[in-house]
Design a protein around this ligand. Structure first.
Ligand SMILES: [Zn+2]
Length: 457
């Protein structure tokens, strides 16, 4: 990570004084990879053409970089971007001609023959993240923040992104889009930080189920082939009955009603996609908040249906605002409070109490009794020892919040205060620990009670 920052810094400095104008259009073609061979592990074939137009180039070469890259991408450039080629078009009417370039896995450099010219970079992209999982789940996830799939320059503006997808796939992107003959034209006007990400699913392996009410629309893509074993430890190819999916659909329906009761009038369109998101023994899920504020995408590990962890991810979609990463309340308000809500809303009082109690006991047993949430700087769990900062974030702290609620007026009253807090967050689009304190005190929590709570956390 550090090396990468240095590279970018040096790169920016070296570009100062070079006034140039660069615009880019990206054309992506996604098709089924029926002839899967040794060099392609994937069920899809993604070919990309990035067109770059340059004006007023004063230097005799141009450098473009991949902003984020998979560590392996830098070691084996040929693996992530095989058969990369660069072509130049000297004038409007001329044909593209192949030109020489150098590429080290993150940086591409090629000569510029005159002040204004057009080039085209052509490549296939073999993303690596899901290499181990695609066989089972037929889900492909390109996320810009973890793996760049196009080249950038500080002076570059991305003007157009067209993604052609064959009928075999479902396609989701984080940008608003219009569709023309299987081509998704992404609206790049709303683009910040070059963040264009997308997910594709091979249709035949997914069962789509939908439901909506006055406020919400859910599309759920259940993996048809794979499920989780009874003890949640193994993935098994099981014959998933409609009943299994209906039951999970019911979990979503019930949770949506409870969430809307907790905080009225928030409306959402949410896609939920099954995956085998189990890396190094730890299952994970995530919600992706796109630019269009109402639309969210949740990718979850299939095991999330079993323990209703899905409700936690749903809540992230309803309450997407989190403090800055440097804020000491980042994990408390961004994760622990969400987990407290998830457990409280998806279980009856007795069951919720039991879960919180067990979690608190568990976190103490693992040695986290004295670790404060305000001192946590990462979110980790070791798969073998089941220890790590995640224990404080998801087990200890939600249990302490519950304990505080029970002691000071009861859980229902606390949920009422929390609802007021989240309505404020929703209205101001800002979340802060100070505001949380203000709301609780306004709702009758005394200074003494508050201080004791903060000390316990
Ligand atoms: Zn979370």
């Amino acid at each position: 990570m550090k090396k990468y920052l240095l590279l970018i810094l040096f790169y920016c400095i070296s570009q100062i004084g070079v006034a140039c104008n660069i615009s880019s259009s990206i054309f992506v073609n996604i098709e089924r990879n029926d002839k899967r061979s040794n060099e392609s592990l994937f069920f899809i074939r993604t070919t990309i053409e990035q067109h770059v137009q340059l004006q007023n180039i004063k230097s005799d070469s141009l450098t473009l970089v991949l902003e984020n890259f998979h560590p392996l991408g830098a070691i084996i450039p040929a693996y992530t971007f095989p058969q990369l080629q660069v072509f130049e078009k000297i004038s409007q009417n001329a044909d593209y001609q192949k030109i020489n370039f150098s590429f080290d896995g993150t940086t591409i450099i090629f000569p510029t023959s005159n002040e204004n010219f057009n080039i085209k970079i052509v490549y296939e992209n073999y993303a690596l993240s899901f290499a181990q999982h695609v066989e089972a789940f037929y889900l492909f996830d390109y996320r810009y923040d973890s793996e760049s799939w196009f080249f950038t320059h500080p002076n570059m503006q991305i003007q157009a992104v067209n993604i052609s997808v064959s009928d075999d796939f479902y396609f989701f992107s984080n940008l608003p889009e219009t569709i023309h003959n299987n081509t998704f034209q992404l609206n790049t006007e709303v683009l910040s930080d070059n963040n264009i990400s997308f997910v594709v699913l091979l249709k035949e392996y997914y069962e789509k189920m939908s439901f909506s009410n006055e406020l919400n629309k859910f599309d759920i893509y259940f993996s048809k082939e794979y499920g989780i074993s009874e003890d949640s430890t193994r993935f098994l190819p099981i014959d998933k009955s409609i009943y299994w999916m209906e039951e999970n659909l019911q979990t979503i329906k019930t949770a949506a009603i409870k969430i809307n009761k907790f905080i009225p009038d928030i409306s959402r369109n949410i896609c939920i996609i099954d995956g085998e998101l189990n890396t190094e023994g730890m299952a994970w899920g995530m919600s992706i908040s796109p630019v269009a504020k109402k639309d969210y995408l949740i990718l979850i590990d299939v095991s999330f249906w079993k323990n209703k962890t899905i409700v936690h991810e749903m809540l992230h979609c309803y309450f997407p605002f989190v403090p800055q990463k440097e804020d000491s309340a980042f994990y408390l308000l961004g994760e622990s409070m969400i987990e407290f809500l998830a457990i409280s809303l998806s279980n009856d009082t007795k069951k919720a109490e039991k879960i919180f109690k067990e979690n608190l006991k568990n976190s103490k047993r693992k040695g986290y009794g004295k670790v404060s949430i305000f001192d946590i700087t990462d979110n980790r769990m070791d798969a073998t020892t089941q220890k790590g900062s995640s224990v404080v974030i998801y087990q200890k702290t939600p249990a302490l919040i519950h304990k505080f609620a029970k002691k000071n007026g009861g859980v229902d009253k606390f949920l009422g205060s929390l609802s007021i807090f989240y309505q404020q967050v929703q209205a101001t689009e800002k979340i802060s620990f100070q505001e949380f304190e203000n709301v609780l005190k306004f709702q009758g929590i005394s200074g003494k009670q508050w201080d004791r709570f903060v000390k316990k956390l």
